[in-house]
Write a protein that binds this ligand. Structure first.
Ligand SMILES: *Cc1c(COP(=O)(O)O)cnc(C)c1O
Length: 248
């Protein structure tokens, strides 16, 4: 094995401690909810942090990483692969423009932010053109019904952003596999209230699409409430990597 630079050793120790603490939080949340920790997958959201951190996290056993901007994610995924870490699952969790779909499907295994019919179609086209396996697609739902910060809406005024139209479209699109739902707790909402609403949407989705059982919910500040309400994927940035300088 190649010797690590001293700053890498220090960072590795820091990340290992944060990961330990985080696994403890997830474990306790699972115990409180009567769930198995193996039911909750940790996605390390590495946005704004360098590829080196992703490689260190992979060395510590992290299997899933999340990013929210295509340009940053594409470069980072390539750098991580060049460093010899080819087995990670990459999750695209940010807002996605249709002209970025071709790039995203090249490195992502899952996209968590499908929230319109047009995006579902564009992602399907890109997936069929650039991949040999279907892409996991989660439909992002707006818990408070305000589409301003992204997310499809239950009972939207137009079909374009209607939650159930979008989920059905994803399920019907070749190149995509409808995996489940994703949400962010709205600002100013108690996480418990937000994730209770989300859990009801998830239950309705499973009636329509029984295999779509993924629920991507919970971030550094609210993962306990998300686990209580059935999250299968928690997306953790700052609690693992440290506070970001930017608000994203
Ligand atoms: C940044 C981000 C996260 C992680 O947020 P933290 O509060 O740093 O844990 C999770 N989900 C999405 C969609 C994000 O953009």
């Amino acid at each position: 094995m190649v010797a690590m630079a001293p700053q890498d050793t220090a960072r590795r120790i820091q990340l290992a401690a944060a990961l330990d603490a985080l696994r403890g939080r997830i474990g306790r949340a699972c115990v409180a909810a009567g769930r198995e920790p193996s039911e909750v997958r940790l996605i390390a959201v590495t946005k704004t942090y360098p590829a080196r951190d992703v490689v260190l996290l992979a060395g510590l056993g992290v299997t899933d990483v999340g990013e929210n901007r295509d340009q940053e994610a594409a470069a980072k995924a390539a750098a991580v692969r060049d460093a010899g870490e080819a087995g990670l699952r990459w999750h695209y969790v940010g807002r996605l423009q249709r002209n970025k779909c071709a790039s995203v499907v090249g490195y992502a295994d899952a996209v968590h932010s499908v929230d319109s019919l047009r995006l579902a179609e564009a992602l399907g086209v890109a997936s069929r053109r650039h991949r040999d396996r279907a892409l996991d697609a989660l439909v992002q739902v707006s818990i408070d019904g305000d589409p301003g910060r992204g997310g499809a809406v239950d009972g939207a005024a137009t079909p374009e952003n209607d939650l159930w139209r979008v989920t059905d479209a994803v399920a019907d699109t070749d190149g995509l596999r409808l995996a489940g739902l994703m949400a962010v707790a709205p600002l100013g909402w108690e996480p418990e209230r937000a994730f209770a609403v989300l859990a009801a949407f998830a239950a309705r989705l499973r009636v329509r699409h029984p295999a779509a059982d993924a629920l991507s919910a919970g971030m550094s500040g609210d993962l306990e409430a998300a686990v209580k309400y059935g999250a299968t994927h928690v997306r953790i940035g700052s609690a693992l990597l440290g506070m970001r300088n930017t608000l994203r």
